[in-house]
Design a protein around this ligand. Structure first.
Ligand SMILES: *Cc1c(COP(=O)(O)O)cnc(C)c1O
Length: 490
């Protein structure tokens, strides 16, 4: 096909290159097992998107179970290998908030991972999936008493305490039950990782965690983090397992994890000496980045693991302490790329847009941007609206030899910000009834989905060994009306 550079649009962002082949699936955005079949359709494990649409409708989340399992295992294996001689391996907690249902929870357990939850509802999913309490963690900056009680009922392996206030509440509740709560303290090390850089600040201005800044409490010289360590060791109903931090999300460079890890180890060592305690565990959180567009370059788990292991090894040696047991909490990096969203194209329109940059000579020059509307939108993917997130898309139901045209894939909601893919080249002959596939929608899409405009939330299909099955069914009109108490009820 032609990819004449004259088809490149000046409206496209700098990072978006004209693809060499509009019909090709660009790795690493796609799950293993997704390919173009002989008919030119996107297929997963041999099942074409047309078959999926016929059986399950659109929009639809289409997930590769085998890809999920192998990504989960890859993290576990890579970190176990890198940390084997440091602390005997790593506990990997899958961050359930990225996407959770009972099937996924059971895969996580079967692959030897643990599960991170952050609400009573997520604990309920874990319970229904039969996950053992000792393999669960509970997060959250505002856990209710009911959630703390539920965690204790389920004997969760760790409650990650977020504040001094909460520490006291957990201690009281555990004490009133005559039990001991296993607790980690979530600290904010002042390290913030962004996609391509990290910044370090002394003070934290966010709702999560206990500040490590030395003037973060009224009592001069004592950080909130240290005050919490001191308090935790004084409560007989608290067993302090160790420290935790989570520096951000969609991070590619391992430097931020390394800086935070070193800072927490120094603090851990200081606390062990000062309070004559042993803090046997250290959690370095999640946040590993994935490819949403062709320019994203995620690191293999082994590379991240080795960078983190090097810092833990050298810092512990320098401090002369035994390394704590390390744990991590990847969500997006396990589930994100396992899934694509399948949409059907409806309305199309092309607008003319002024040349970018306000070039005087080009004053009267305009360029076309085509709006391609699909049958979902911000209700099944809120990330573009929430975070300005970029995605990619491909014509999935056929191949095309048409020229590339700069397109914007939008949803069907009453909101002009309802964008699914802000900028993508699609074949110029995309028409109503075509199917589009958007890769990288496994994390924080279904999880953040809504019923805005009374759209039914899509189902999730898992494909394995050439068979597709629903792991979460899509909503029906009856579901949408289920909670409405009706006019007769006033
Ligand atoms: C969100 C979150 C994670 C997972 O983040 P990912 O970017 O999905 O890896 C891990 N730990 C904590 C505490 C979180 O809040």
């Amino acid at each position: 096909m032609t990819t004449d550079s004259s088809h490149a649009s000046p409206l496209a962002p700098e990072w978006l290159a004209l693809p060499e082949d509009l019909n090709a699936l660009q790795s690493p955005m796609w799950a293993a097992g997704v390919e173009k079949n002989d008919a030119g359709e996107v297929a997963i494990d041999g099942i074409s998107v047309k078959e999926l649409k016929e059986q399950f409708g659109t929009p639809l989340f289409v997930m590769s179970e085998s890809d999920f399992r192998s990504r989960a295992r890859a993290f576990k294996d890579a970190f176990d290998a890198a940390f084997a001689d440091i602390c005997g391996g790593v506990d990997v907690y899958y961050a359930g908030k990225s996407f959770l249902c009972t099937a996924v929870a059971s895969w996580v357990a079967e692959e030897g991972l643990r599960l991170d939850t952050c609400s009573g509802g997520e604990l309920a999913v874990a319970a229904r999936a039969g996950i053992e309490g000792r393999n669960l963690g509970l997060h959250g900056n505002n856990k209710s008493d009911a959630e703390i009680n539920r965690a204790l009922d389920m004997h969760v392996g760790r409650i990650v305490v977020d504040s001094l206030d909460e520490l006291e509440r957990v201690a009281k509740i555990a004490s009133s039950r005559g039990e001991t709560a296993k607790v980690m303290l979530r600290l904010t090390p002042g390290v913030h990782a962004h996609t391509h850089e990290f910044i370090a600040t002394a003070h934290e201005d966010q709702k999560f965690g206990l500040s490590m800044a030395e003037d973060s409490t009224e009592e001069a010289g004592l950080s909130a983090a240290e005050e919490a360590v001191a308090a935790a060791t004084s409560y007989s109903s608290i067993e302090l397992l160790g420290l935790h931090c989570h520096i951000g999300s969609q991070i590619f460079e391992p430097d931020g994890f390394a800086v935070a890890g070193e800072k927490l180890l120094r603090f851990l060592s200081a606390m062990q000496s000062k309070y004559s305690i042993v803090l046997p565990e250290l959690d370095l959180g999640g946040g590993y980045g994935i490819a949403y567009t062709p320019v994203d370059t995620p690191r293999p788990p082994a590379e991240i693991a080795q960078a983190m292991a090097a810092v833990v090894r050298s810092t512990c040696a320098e401090l002369g302490i035994a390394a704590p047991r390390i744990s991590i909490e990847p969500g997006r990096a396990i589930v994100g790329s396992t899934t694509f969203t399948l949409y059907e194209v409806g309305t199309l329109k092309t607008v003319r847009v002024d040349a970018p940059g306000g070039d005087a000579e080009q004053e009267n020059v305009t360029y076309p941007r085509r709006y391609v509307s699909v049958d979902g939108g911000m209700s099944d993917n809120a990330r573009p609206v929430l975070y300005d997130a970029d995605y990619s898309a491909i014509l999935a139901s056929r191949s095309s030899t048409a020229a590339p045209q700069l397109s914007r894939v939008v949803g069907k909601h009453c909101e002009s910000g309802d964008i699914v893919v802000r900028d993508v080249y699609l074949p110029a002959d995309v028409a109503a009834g075509d199917l589009l596939a958007v890769p990288g929608t496994g994390a924080y899409c279904w999880a953040l989905s809504s019923n805005y405009n009374y759209l039914a939330r899509p189902g999730v299909v898992a494909v394995r060994d050439g068979a597709a099955r629903l792991i979460v069914r899509g909503e029906t009109e009856e579901d949408l009306l289920n909670r409405d108490m009706g006019v007769a009820n006033v």
